[in-house]
Design a protein around this ligand. Structure first.
Ligand code: ADP
Length: 714
């Protein structure tokens, strides 16, 4: 994946700047949030505790006052005096509504009331009241909270003696209002719940009774009633409102004081702090990103200009200059780059001059040489042609030919067709000769095409074609051919008949020869046959060099042509007292040019006779090898042998083993090798110095001449 430098800079710088900021912000906000929440809960807990204490204190004072009055009633006083005591209680305790003494059946026997809080009412029967029943059964200090009309009333029952129970009704309206004023925050409130969790006192103007209908089931109320000490918790009510609260038990009554506040409100400060820290963090992030973007751009823009300049240089536009004034290493780099670009530009200019000069030279050569040169591209469209080619192909130089096929611009002729054929073949050795014109003004062209190779040796698809006027060479060839022909007739033929006559003289065709005559004629015969072989060799070499060795293939018998060779040289080896053995099976047959193979055997046998000292022996053998695929001929002698260094050299033109000069030309083995290779065979010599030489050659079976005149093996 490719990430731009700018992006990398922004990411790294952003990460470096932001990681600590985000960590600190998150850490501080969590720590402060926890701190604030803990202190909020602590405050609530202490408020609940204080409230519970105040409720306890109120109830205690209440009790103490009433007990004081009750004790007074126990004194031996008249009813008027007792009534006065009760009245003074009402006066000192403005919340007391009425006080009555009940007999054991629950009937009020005496009653005083606080005119400010209740109306005069007849003596009543209290036997059904819960508190009375409890007090009558012996419980001291039985207290019941009841509702009388809108008032919340605390009914306290005190058994004075066996027959009288004091009943005091205390209005808790003021108490309730006082509790209702205990608020926390905007909507937090205090509630006193009884032992069943039912709300006794709470701010009625703040909290509707419906809100508190399921109060006994609120987790905090359950916790408050179960716990014997202070506590706090976060919880949700039935409507899933998130609340926090604290509680404290009111032990004397089995009640609990509970402070409840919506969570958001209670933690408003911490939430506010969190929000503020988030906003600050966002601002920091934004500022950091912008700052790192600007910084990164500041750092990368010189690099970008350098990159763009380098790209231009890569495309060959060297006239670029980078202007960076950062007064640091980047500025140094830019200055070095500018110098480099300037040097490259100078160099390129030099190269261009050189190229132009080279091109001019190439053009000069192309347009001056006597050969016609054509360049066609991979789609066979002409791309270049020198003046000579235009002349030869009769292309109008005024008409642009570039990009057009040859057939479109050149007049149809044998030469045009040959150029197309040659370009299609485009083989390094192949050429096509074309003959144009009438008998007297005959012109010859040689067309040769070569594929254009590119640097790594692969073919580019383009082809260069060279057209050469070979009329003069052809004429020379003809003259050479005629000369050779004449030599053959005028030089070799008379020599042949002289040799024939010498043979005849030796055989006594002109009468018996004296010993002296015979010696003279034998010497003549040796000189004549050496001269004939010299002439033969020179003619063969000339033929070979002009590449005109044509094989006349037919089925031949090696035993026959080898015997003919032997016969030709018979007088030579008899004279030298050499034992020549022909070891070729008469039934062995071969498809070959028997004249040429006879010449090969004659050459090898002639050499063997020449180099083998008198009394030696020579064997001419032939046999099938490779399971009948070829025939191997060998001529072995018991002569001096050939040094190892000469084993291959003797087959080269004019090579003779030093010290063995014997009037030869050094051409015999060269011609022999050429004739063997014309038969697609191979020739070699095996030799051990002092023991003799063995010249062998192979000829494949089943040779044939193909349509194009070439010899092929089956
Ligand atoms: P030349 O006309 O000299 O015989 P060749 O090409 O026939 O030319 O032979 C080349 C040389 O090879 C000879 O000069 C001779 O030194 C050596 N040579 C050829 N045949 C024999 C052989 N049978 N024994 C020893 N040397 C040989």
């Amino acid at each position: 994946m490719r990430i731009r430098l700018l992006t990398k800079f922004v990411l790294v710088m952003g990460a470096l700047a932001l990681t600590p900021a985000i960590y600190m912000a998150a850490h501080l906000s969590t720590v402060s949030q926890k701190g604030i929440q803990a202190s909020v809960l602590e405050l609530h807990t202490s408020l609940a505790g204080a409230l519970a204490d105040q409720v306890e204190a109120y109830l205690k004072v209440n009790d103490e006052k009433i007990l004081f009055a009750a004790n007074s009633l126990m004194q031996d006083l008249t009813w008027e005096q007792k009534q006065l005591v009760l009245r003074s209680l009402i006066d000192t305790h403005p919340d007391v509504m009425d006080i009555s003494a009940l007999n054991r059946r629950g009937l009020e026997v005496i009653k005083v009331y606080n005119p400010k809080l209740s109306a005069e009412s007849p003596l009543a029967n209290r036997s059904a009241e819960e508190g009375f029943i409890a007090a009558a059964s012996g419980r001291h200090n039985a207290r019941v909270v009841a509702r009388i009309g809108d008032d919340v009333v605390l009914l306290a029952y005190y058994p004075l003696n066996e027959s009288v129970i004091l009943r005091v009704a205390v209005s808790l309206v003021a108490f309730s209002e006082w509790i209702g004023s205990k608020q926390a925050g905007g909507t937090g409130f205090a509630v006193i719940v009884d032992g069943k969790g039912e709300p006794l006192f709470y701010p009625r103007e703040l909290v509707s009774p419906e809100t508190l209908t399921d109060l006994p089931r609120w987790p905090i109320v359950a916790a408050a009633l179960q716990s014997k000490s202070l506590g706090s918790s976060e919880f949700s009510d039935a409507q899933r409102r998130e609340l926090v609260g604290a509680y404290a038990p009111v032990r004397s009554m089995g009640w609990a004081a509970v402070f409840i506040q919506p969570r958001d409100e209670a933690y408003a400060a911490s939430l506010e702090m969190r929000r503020t820290s988030r906003i600050i963090l966002i601002i920091v992030v934004a500022v950091t990103i912008i700052a790192s973007l600007l910084m990164a751009r500041l750092l990368t823009s010189p690099l970008l200009s350098l990159t763009q300049a380098a790209e231009s240089v890569a495309k060959g536009a060297f006239d670029v200059s980078v202007k960076i004034s950062t007064r640091d290493e980047l500025q140094d780099l830019a200055e070095t780059f500018n110098k480099m670009a300037a040097r490259l530009q100078a160099y390129a200019a030099l190269q261009i001059d050189r190229l132009v000069a080279e091109q001019r030279k190439t053009q000069a050569i192309l347009y001056t040489i006597d050969e016609g040169i054509l360049l066609s591209d991979d789609r066979s469209n002409l791309q270049l042609a020198n003046r000579r080619a235009l002349d030869m192909l009769a292309i109008d130089p005024e008409v642009p030919f570039e990009g057009k096929p040859l057939s479109e611009v050149a007049a149809a002729s044998g030469l045009t067709a040959a150029v197309a054929d040659s370009a299609a073949q485009s083989k390094p050795e192949a050429f096509i000769d074309v003959e144009l014109g009438e008998a007297k003004s005959r012109v010859f062209f040689r067309v040769r095409s070569l594929p254009v190779k590119i640097a790594d040796g692969a073919s580019s698809g383009a082809v260069v074609t060279a057209l050469r006027d070979v009329t003069f060479e052809k004429a020379l060839d003809k003259m050479k051919d005629d000369f050779l022909h004449n030599i053959t007739h005028d030089l070799r033929n008379p020599l042949g008949s002289v040799i024939g006559f010498v043979e005849m003289l030796l055989k006594g065709g002109a009468g018996e020869l004296t010993a002296q005559q015979r010696t003279i004629i034998l010497s003549m015969q040796r000189s004549l046959s050496r001269q004939l072989s010299l002439i033969n060799n020179i003619l063969d070499i000339a033929k070979m060099d002009s590449g005109r060795t044509q094989l006349q293939l037919k089925s031949v018998s090696p035993a026959e042509f080898a015997a003919r060779s032997m016969g030709m040289l018979e007088s030579l080896y008899i004279q030298k007292k050499l034992n020549v053995v022909l070891a070729i099976p008469p039934e062995l047959k071969l498809t070959a040019d028997s004249d040429l193979l006879e010449r090969v055997i004659t050459n090898l046998l002639g050499n063997a006779i020449k180099y083998t000292p008198a009394g030696g022996s020579i064997t001419i053998g032939a046999e099938e090898i490779e399971g009948g695929k070829a025939v191997r001929f060998c001529v072995a002698d018991t002569g001096p042998g050939i040094p190892e260094a000469y084993l291959t050299r003797v087959f080269e033109k004019f090579e003779q083993v030093t010290g063995q000069r014997s009037g030869g030309t050094g051409l015999g083995l060269t011609i022999t090798k050429h004739f063997v290779e014309a038969h697609l065979g191979r020739i070699w010599v095996e030799s051990e110095l002092g023991k003799g030489s063995r010249f062998c050659f192979t000829v494949p079976q089943g040779l044939a001449v193909a349509e194009n005149g070439a010899v092929v093996a089956s």
